[in-house]
Design a protein around this ligand. Sequence first.
Ligand SMILES: NC(=O)c1ccc[n+]([C@@H]2O[C@H](COP(=O)([O-])OP(=O)(O)OC[C@H]3O[C@@H](n4cnc5c(N)ncnc54)[C@H](O)[C@@H]3O)[C@@H](O)[C@H]2O)c1
Length: 259
Amino acid sequence: MKVDLGGQVALVTGAGNGIGRAIADLLAANGARVAYTDADEAAAGRAAAGKPGCAARRLDVTVPADIEAGARWLLEEFGRIDILVNNAGINTRFRVNLDQFHDDEWDRIVATDLTGCYRVTKAIVPLMLKRKSGRIINIASVFGLVPARLQCAYVAAKAGVVNLTRAMALEFGPYGVLANAVAPGSTLNEGLRKIYSSQDPADRKWVEGTLSHIPLGRPAECEDVAYAVLFLAAPESRYITGTVIVVDGGWTAGFSRDF
Ligand SMILES: NC(=O)c1ccc[n+]([C@@H]2O[C@H](COP(=O)([O-])OP(=O)(O)OC[C@H]3O[C@@H](n4cnc5c(N)ncnc54)[C@H](O)[C@@H]3O)[C@@H](O)[C@H]2O)c1
């Protein structure tokens, strides 16, 4: 899929690794000048290196001063913004019931996955509203549509991202700014790639269990998610707003078992 994003500027959060990096790379490969931002400044710099017209900067979506400085930098460096991808997100490694869930983990995840999306959009969208044009693409999760057990903060934050996206579509639509979400299923970031290729019996059991829910029989590559973002960023997607594109190999299409 080729799209003409020539002359457009995109800002991607969490662009140093994984899905965010694949999104930033694909937008750049289709002509956009991309601001690679990440809490990990070195990772953002590595990802942007050698990409003409692109630049990198530390931007931790939980730090308001970083967001303000990032918005100022964006204007100085690029002079405009057309596409905002709120991708930065984390989950917990503690898998426990809600009554055992650590409050600081709850706060950390909600602050990053949901409040971060709100705060970055709040800082950037005035630039779009002023020009009466722009695309906001929020990276949610299938767990924001159908929750998984033992991840209460993540599933709540991602469900919040889905409805926040719809609220953005309602509020910004009259100003020509479109807002949509992409909900990935199991996607091979660095950590998951290790687990999927591990020979450890506990990992094998987890992989087998996960794959049994995925009709396409494999996890997503980061690029599979990035293509959905590219589609939503494309000039041709000008009548799509307030929707969620699910990229999960069929995981949430129904129950992958016989009744
Ligand atoms: N990988 C999956 O299976 C999967 C599935 C569904 C949804 N997602 C979502 O996709 C998005 C990207 O996930 P990923 O799998 O690529 O993760 P990843 O861990 O590979 O990359 C996340 C990136 O975000 C950065 N980051 C973390 N906290 C940040 C913060 N506070 N501010 C700015 N940057 C920060 C990290 O430094 C890292 O570079 C997340 O929103 C995640 O919830 C991932």
